[in-house]
Design a protein around this ligand. Structure first.
Ligand SMILES: *Cc1c(COP(=O)(O)O)cnc(C)c1O
Length: 408
């Protein structure tokens, strides 16, 4: 009898120990160490090669990655550069936009989008977004077009393809350029009205992307690229990224210095074959989140309304750069504080509409034209989203969110 009790208590102790050592992994907003661990050998071998050859700039790795990305996207030209902000700026320079030209973009995006427009002395024209997709509202774009409008910059926000067919139709009608800001959307497929699919970033005249570490395809520093199918534009842009040189020491236009280095290209080339599986891992996490939050009266889960069936956790038009909830009648800031207290990081992207940022206020704006953005900045919250989230972490996050919302 006492022997049985001894064995039982030993067993209980053992179980407790197993539970103790398999404690839940610390939850991170983005888990780059976990992802690195899975490609470590390949990245380290490439790094050794590059360090050995000292081909730090414009080495063979940069060209190899460029070619591989062109194949992946099915685009004629990828021009690597130093970061996603440069990529946008260079795309606009390449198109020859001039001071006073109006460029329409979304009020609800990262500031880089509007920053480069202003920096080039073009005139930013911010417009509202759609309340369901959070992407640029095509009707608002239509209303904002004037004889000075030269370009539209749709952002595939949080990884969901913007309404590209409508935007391209509008651009064609008014003879405008379309520059896709694809910093958050790499790998997403846009489904056209006829059912065919194209990767985001190769639909407009030119596109930019960012390889910032936390992006869906991120390097271990800064990086970016410009995509286009236009041969002449690609040629122009290749000169602009290299001090406006088309022939060594002949500077035909004012350019910039913007390069992707070989070490970063090596990381990206190691990750590119995994990009689809990375994006699938994000969709799997989304599906689990969505299941937990389903039909909650105070929570709207992210969804899409492009030409697919609208269930964006099962369809590839969304790559979930962020998993963003839209809350109703919830004290969002109290929820953020509660989650942080429980060791759950979260983010508010974005807390202030661009048209209210000091740098971009413009007396021509009318508050009534920004109803959706003005609301979203108060009600959205982004939960941890990356390739390494496991079920236990997602259960803990969803339970913590729901317990708080249901008790308050
Ligand atoms: C990250 C980001 C950028 C800028 O990219 P950087 O590489 O950080 O310069 C531009 N636009 C959007 C929408 C982004 O998310």
């Amino acid at each position: 009898m006492s022997r049985n009790i001894f064995v039982l208590s030993l067993g209980a102790l053992g179980l407790y120990y197993i539970k103790y050592i398999t404690r839940m992994k610390k939850i991170q907003m983005v888990d780059l160490q976990g992802q690195y661990a899975r490609i470590k050998d390949e990245v380290n071998t490439s790094f050794d090669e590059i360090l050995g050859s000292a081909a730090f700039i414009n080495g063979p790795k940069v060209h190899q990655f460029q070619k591989n990305l062109e194949d992946y996207l099915d685009v004629k030209h990828v021009i690597p550069c130093a970061n996603g902000t440069d990529a946008l700026q260079i795309a606009m320079m390449g198109l020859g936009l001039e001071q006073g030209d109006e460029v329409i973009t979304a009020d609800f995006t990262f500031a880089a989008t509007v920053e480069v427009i202003a920096l080039l002395k073009l005139t930013p024209v911010l417009v509202d977004v759609d309340p369901v997709t959070f992407n640029i509202d095509v009707d608002a774009v239509k209303k904002a077009i004037t004889p000075k409008t030269k370009a539209i910059v749709p952002v595939h926000l949080f990884g969901l393809a913007a309404n590209m067919d409508e935007i391209m139709d509008l651009a064609k009608e008014h003879n405008l350029y379309v520059i896709e800001d694809n910093a958050q959307g790499i790998g997403a497929n846009y489904t056209h009205k006829d059912g065919s699919k194209t990767k985001t970033g190769v639909i407009g005249h030119v596109a930019s992307t960012s390889f910032f570490p936390s992006k869906n395809l991120g390097c271990y520093g800064d990086g970016g690229a410009i995509f286009t199918n236009d041969d002449d534009l690609a040629h122009t842009i290749r000169g602009i990224v290299n001090h406006g040189m088309y022939k060594r020491y002949h500077h035909d236009v004012v350019g910039v210095n913007s390069r992707l280095d070989s070490l970063q290209a090596a990381v990206l080339d190691a990750k590119l074959p995994h990009l689809d599986s990375y994006n699938n891992a994000r969709r799997n996490a989304t599906r689990k989140y969505n299941e937990a939050f389903k039909n909650h009266p105070k929570i709207t889960v992210p969804s899409g309304r492009t030409n697919c069936d609208g269930i964006c956790d099962t369809c590839d038009c969304h790559v979930f750069h962020q998993y963003t909830l839209n809350l109703k009648d919830v004290d969002r800031d109290a929820l953020v504080a509660h989650l942080n207290e429980k060791g759950i990081p979260c983010g508010v992207y974005y807390p202030i509409p661009l048209h209210k940022q000091k740098a971009y206020v413009d007396e021509r704006y009318n508050e009534d034209d920004f109803k959706v953005t003005n609301q979203l900045v108060q009600s959205v919250i982004s939960l941890p989203m990356h390739t390494e989230l496991d079920d236990e972490q997602i259960d803990f996050i969803t339970k913590t969110v729901l317990d708080f919302i249901d008790a308050n």
